[in-house]
Design a protein around this ligand. Structure first.
Ligand SMILES: NC(=O)c1ccc[n+]([C@@H]2O[C@H](COP(=O)([O-])OP(=O)(O)OC[C@H]3O[C@@H](n4cnc5c(N)ncnc54)[C@H](OP(=O)(O)O)[C@@H]3O)[C@@H](O)[C@H]2O)c1
Length: 264
C-alpha cells in the first residue's frame, strides 16, 4: 500500500460507516498512512472512541460527524461540513441488509436501506468527485458485495443496492480515470462485523475479518476497478459468470434463507 499517501490523495479522507466493521478498519489504515480522517456514522460514542485512538496512534487530525445517512438533509450536512476541507479519498462503507420478503417489509424500511446503501454514497460521490476532478487527484471506494452478482429472495432490495454500488463504481471509474481518480468496488463476501447483528443473520462459512478486507481493498485501489477479497469468493464469482442467472438466484436465495433463519 505504498502509494496510499497524502501526496497521492490529499489531506483528508471521508469514511462512512466508520463506527464499526470494515469502515472502522479502513479509517485506522488510512490514518496510519498519514491522511486525516472524517469519521461518519450514527454511533457517536464509537466514533469518538475511534477518533481518540487515531489521534493517539497516528499523527493526523480527525473529525467526527454523527449522521443518519438515511436522511437526505443529513447527507447535505456532511457535504457542507467538508466544504473547507480537501477530501481526496472517499470510502463509502456505511450500509446494511434488511432481511425478509420484500412485500412483508415496510416500504419505509426498504426505502431507508436504499437511501443509506445507494443514495448517500451517490450524493457524496457526486459532490466530492467534482472537487477531486478540479484537483486532478483522488480515490473512491464503494463497499459492494458478492450479493451484487445475483438476486436473492429475502435480500432482494439489499442485493439490488449492492449491484448499484458495483455498476456505479465501474462506470464512474471509467469516467474519472482521465482525472487521476482511482475508483474501486469491493465485491466482498461474508465478513464478521456488526453486519450480522444488524441484518439478523449468521456469518457464512469462510467469513473474513474486517481488517483483512479493509487492508487488501485499499491496497487494490490503484490497481483494480473491482476487487473480490478471498479465494472462495473469487471462485463463487467465477462460477456465477458461466452459470445461467437463475442458478445464481437459487444458490444465493438458499444461502440467505439459511443465514437469516439461523440468525432470527
Ligand atoms: N459484513 C459482511 O458480511 C458484508 C459483506 C459484503 C458487503 N458488506 C458491506 O460492507 C459495508 C460495511 O459493512 P460492515 O460489514 O462493516 O458492517 P457493520 O459493522 O454493521 O458496519 C456498518 C456501518 O454502517 C453504518 N451505518 C448503518 N446505517 C447507517 C445510517 N443510517 N447512517 C449512517 N451510518 C450507518 C454503521 O454505523 P452506525 O450504526 O453507527 O450508524 C456502521 O458503521 C456495508 O455496506 C455492507 O453492505 C458487508
Amino acid at each position: 500500500m505504498k502509494k496510499l499517501t497524502k501526496e497521492k490523495y490529499g489531506e483528508w479522507a471521508l469514511i462512512t460507516g466508520a463506527s464499526s466493521g470494515i469502515g472502522r478498519e479502513m479509517a485506522r489504515i488510512i490514518a496510519q498512512k498519514g491522511i486525516s480522517t472524517i469519521l461518519v456514522a450514527r454511533d457517536k460514542e464509537a466514533l469518538e472512541a475511534l477518533s481518540l485512538e487515531i489521534e493517539k496512534t497516528s499523527k493526523v487530525e480527525t473529525k467526527v460527524i454523527v449522521t443518519d445517512l438515511g436522511k437526505e438533509e443529513e447527507v447535505y450536512d456532511v457535504i457542507s461540513a467538508c466544504k473547507e476541507l480537501e477530501v481526496g479519498l472517499l470510502v463509502n462503507c456505511a450500509g446494511y441488509a434488511l432481511s425478509g420478503e420484500f412485500t412483508d417489509n415496510a416500504l419505509e424500511d426498504e426505502l431507508d436501506m436504499l437511501s443509506v446503501n445507494v443514495k448517500a454514497p451517490l450524493m457524496l460521490t457526486h459532490h466530492l468527485a467534482k472537487a477531486m476532478k478540479e484537483r486532478q487527484r483522488g480515490g473512491i471506494v464503494f463497499l459492494s458485495s458478492i450479493m451484487a452478482l445475483a438476486g436473492a429472495a429475502k435480500w432482494a432490495n439489499y442485493n439490488a443496492t449492492k449491484a448499484h454500488n458495483l455498476l456505479l463504481a465501474e462506470g464512474i471509474g471509467e469516467e474519472l480515470k482521465k482525472d487521476n481518480i482511482n475508483v474501486i468496488a469491493v465485491i466482498s463476501g461474508s465478513v464478521d462485523s456488526g453486519f450480522q447483528e444488524r441484518s439478523h443473520t449468521q456469518s457464512a462459512l469462510g467469513s473474513m475479518r474486517p481488517e483483512t478486507v479493509a487492508k487488501y481493498s485499499l491496497w487494490m485501489l490503484q490497481c483494480k476497478r473491482t476487487y473480490i477479497p478471498g479465494m472462495m469468493n473469487k471462485l463463487i464469482a467465477l462460477s456465477l459468470r458461466t452459470a445461467p442467472r437463475f442458478v445464481g438466484t437459487k444458490i444465493f436465495s438458499n444461502v440467505v434463507n439459511k443465514l437469516t433463519s439461523q440468525g432470527a
